[in-house]
Write a protein that binds this ligand. Structure first.
Ligand SMILES: [Zn+2]
Length: 65
């Protein structure tokens, strides 16, 4: 079971499993925001210590407050 999918800047929607598209990538903070092509749900990820991405927040609206 070895998948290379972790290298791609794509993913699946938390809610509907639609395709995600990268909208913002902050190298300094180590965060990225992706949006679902199907339902428009925003996904905020943060890079973890192991080089993977951890899902921090899922939101219908893009607000960083
Ligand atoms: Zn979706």
């Amino acid at each position: 079971m070895s998948s290379e999918s972790a290298r791609k800047h794509t993913g699946k929607c938390y809610d509907c499993e639609g395709q995600l598209e990268l909208v913002e990538f902050d190298v300094q903070k180590g965060t990225r925001i992706m949006v679902c092509q199907a339902c428009g749900l925003y996904h905020l990820h943060k890079k973890d210590l192991f080089g993977g991405w951890k899902l921090l927040k899922v939101s219908k609206r893009l607000d960083t407050q």
